[in-house]
Design a protein around this ligand. Sequence first.
Ligand SMILES: [Zn+2]
Length: 245
Amino acid sequence: MTSTLPTTFNSLENTFDTGPVPISTRLRHRLQQAGASFLANDNLAEYLQEGELDQLELEVAGKVRELLRSLVIDIDNDHNTEETAERVARMYLHEVFKGRYHKQPKIASFPNVKELDEIYTVGPISVRSACSHHLVPILGNCWVGIKPGERVIGLSKFARIADWVFSRPHIQEEAVMILADEIEKLCEPKGLGIVVKAQHYCMKWRGVKEPQTSMVNSVVRGAFRHDPSLKQEFFELIRQQESLL
Ligand SMILES: [Zn+2]
């Protein structure tokens, strides 16, 4: 692989354009050079340079405008959709998929000076995502259980990290795994359990159109995985939290 920037391939004319290379092409090239994956639920922030997110927003808006035109929506005369492309681009890059393009929020961890050893749970934490298959919302709640290790983080920080991880196109099973990885990196708990219960709009709004169906999945690691009584205590605490709602 060469280190020179790729030119864009014009598939209509079967030629390479020599004009300015779109930012997405440059970024993709940079990611490939670094051997980094850029799947829908990967974070790309460390590969974005100053000002590039603004360029990406402009590029995405242009593509959404083309999508609307392909859907035969008269964006030149329809006052409702006139600025939809810009809104959608902003929403993708800075809101609903911000966990791909923005850095992880700064979360400080502290030494566990009191050597806290009891398990605790936090929840429900609301989570919002979109399914990778249809890009429609996944909305639900998350519960996190911790048996502390050497370091601890503040309770509100679980909501911050969950928001950052879920704000990407996902499938629920992978979202929970990625959240578990990030929490382990932050505070290295002796035991970690996560449960997510979410409704998928690709089942409610389209497809089978089942409005009440939800998906529940969990991950347990460390002590929660090896000690059945701890695992049971974790699920029992969550049940109590849910019944208090
Ligand atoms: Zn879907």
